[in-house]
Design a protein around this ligand. Sequence first.
Ligand SMILES: C[S@@+](CC[C@H](N)C(=O)[O-])C[C@H]1O[C@@H](n2cnc3c(N)ncnc32)[C@H](O)[C@@H]1O
Length: 227
Amino acid sequence: MAADAVYDEIADWYEEEFLAGLRSGAAEGDPLELRRLLRELLGEGRGTCLEIGCGTGVHAPGLRELGWTPVGVDLSAAMLRHATGRLPAARADAERLPVRDGSVDAVLAMMVHTDMPGYPAVVREATRVLRPGGVFVHVGVHPCFCGGFADRADPDALVIRPGYLDGHWTKDSWNDNGVRDKVGAHHWPLPALLGMFLDAGLVFERFGEGGRPVPIALAARARKGAA
Ligand SMILES: C[S@@+](CC[C@H](N)C(=O)[O-])C[C@H]1O[C@@H](n2cnc3c(N)ncnc32)[C@H](O)[C@@H]1O
């Protein structure tokens, strides 16, 4: 069962301030290199791409540029209000998608896993709705270099404190202009995160990292086997 729609409280801030850089299209507005990761991990394609946790729909234009037809689901009605006009989207829990088995060509989970305590169930559910041969693209904060245990305040020296192995929810953050300090974030160590895809029966095809000098985002593309 998913958590409450905590993004309802911060939806306007998220769209107007947090996403301002990314929406500007400038390279410096995309420090996690999300656009590059989307291009390299998902790539060009045809058919429906379901974005789970689509939020305000900021990635919909990028999906269209790659040839995909974006649709979205999100738990937060306030986030979805900003998505109007960007993509068709429904209010739904990613753990119980209102989507038929094997009916979508691609699933995108962009910067959501730390908001989903049930991410293992979300990955299984995404696999259920993918057609055989369809791809699941995950882009999320890097579990090794981001989290309550990671202090990124000094650009020349990332400090990793104890906590990486614990797997926990926290609002602890080195800054006050991100998401974690406002709504909290879940953390999975790398083997646990990657294991979710294997447990769902997906086959990894490609990995990527974004952000410099120490990566901030980790991305993976995995495919559902042909029937
Ligand atoms: C950090 S935002 C990312 C939004 C968008 N993907 C982006 O990159 O801007 C996380 C989103 O996940 C949504 N979310 C969290 N848990 C969810 C769930 N169980 N089902 C659907 N959406 C969920 C939140 O409401 C929020 O809009």
